[in-house]
Ligand binder design. Structure first.
Ligand SMILES: NC(=O)c1ccc[n+]([C@@H]2O[C@H](COP(=O)([O-])OP(=O)(O)OC[C@H]3O[C@@H](n4cnc5c(N)ncnc54)[C@H](OP(=O)(O)O)[C@@H]3O)[C@@H](O)[C@H]2O)c1
Length: 267
């Protein structure tokens, strides 16, 4: 199927920054009607004002995706403005970069709330609305950590694995409503993501500024939506890690354990 973006009603969570913001900027000239959700109302308003589309085609809904009342309000506003929804993009996400042993239950729960429970409940609420949509789809932005977990990313990896598992299970369930559910697996991406980490104490040197431009990741997501690609890996770091891990998972375990020892022996 080749999905046309023109006139599609597309809800993007995490639209205030990074990949979500780039998605909005690229969907706008394609004739989409956009619902922009995140907590930062000022950033969403500035983005909406900058988009080259009629004002009535963009709706800003300040939303904390972890709050049930905000999620309900988000869909109420969407249906009131546009009469329905065609595409839900679960993109909002947070992470913590540090070791699990000295982390906290609160951090684990917060990451699971944003990265897993929120998209899960948004999907549950969206299903009856999407069922009446045009070429309906759900796009879940996971991570390569959702296909190969990494040290110092334990809570984040767990949350993204959960999102990948939910997506796969729902693929069969949602087929009877003709709703596509697509999985996006990006690698390292240049965005404000590191500035939002709950903890940032990992010892490995990770150059987020050398990651893929968020614009490129957004373009690949849109292409996958147009083509209805079931699962999209983005970035060479994702490819080499997931392919090596597919054939030699114990080798990857061993290399990672050795690297952690080296980093901690170095102090
Ligand atoms: N950057 C990477 O290297 C990378 C790699 C793989 C996957 N990803 C995934 O890509 C997605 C987008 O990340 P990004 O790189 O664009 O990061 P980002 O620039 O930090 O953007 C994250 C977005 O999520 C929103 N958000 C966070 N908590 C929220 C909440 N409780 N309610 C509503 N919105 C919330 C933020 O908006 P507010 O703060 O305004 O609420 C922001 O718009 C995430 O799911 C991330 O896990 C990123």
């Amino acid at each position: 199927m080749a999905r046309d973006i023109q006139d599609k009603r597309i809800l993007i969570t995490g639209a205030s920054s990074g990949i979500g913001k780039c998605l909005a900027q690229q969907f706008a000239p394609m004739g989409a009607k956009l619902i922009l959700a995140a907590r930062s109302e000022d950033k969403l308003n500035a983005l909406a004002d900058s988009l080259p589309i009629p004002k009535e085609n963009v709706l800003v809904v300040p939303t904390d995706v972890t709050k049930e009342e905000d999620r309900a309000h988000l869909f109420e506003r969407t249906v009131a403005q546009f009469g329905g929804l065609d595409v839900l993009i679960n993109n909002a996400g947070i992470a913590s970069w540090a070791h699990f042993a000295d982390s906290t239950e609160e951090i684990l729960r917060q990451i699971m709330e944003v990265n897993f429970f929120a998209p899960a409940e948004l999907i549950r609420k969206a299903i009856p609305i999407l069922t009446d949509g045009v070429e309906p789809a759900i796009v879940n932005v996971a991570s390569r950590c959702g296909r190969r977990a990494l040290p110092a990313w334990s809570e984040y990896s767990a949350s993204k694995y959960a999102l990948c598992g939910l997506t796969e299970a729902l693929r069969g369930e949602l087929a009877r409503f003709e709703i596509d559910i697509l999985l996006i697996i990006p690698g390292l991406t240049k965005s404000d993501f590191p500035q939002h980490f709950l903890r940032s104490e990992g010892k490995e040197k990770i150059e987020f500024d050398n990651g893929m431009p968020a614009e490129d990741v957004a373009a690949r997501i849109i292409y996958s939506l147009q083509k209805s690609t079931t699962e999209t890996w983005i970035g060479w770091d994702t490819y080499w890690m997931l392919i090596i891990n597919r054939w030699f998972p114990r080798l990857v375990d061993w290399l990672m354990a050795r690297r952690v020892r080296q980093l901690y022996e170095a102090g």
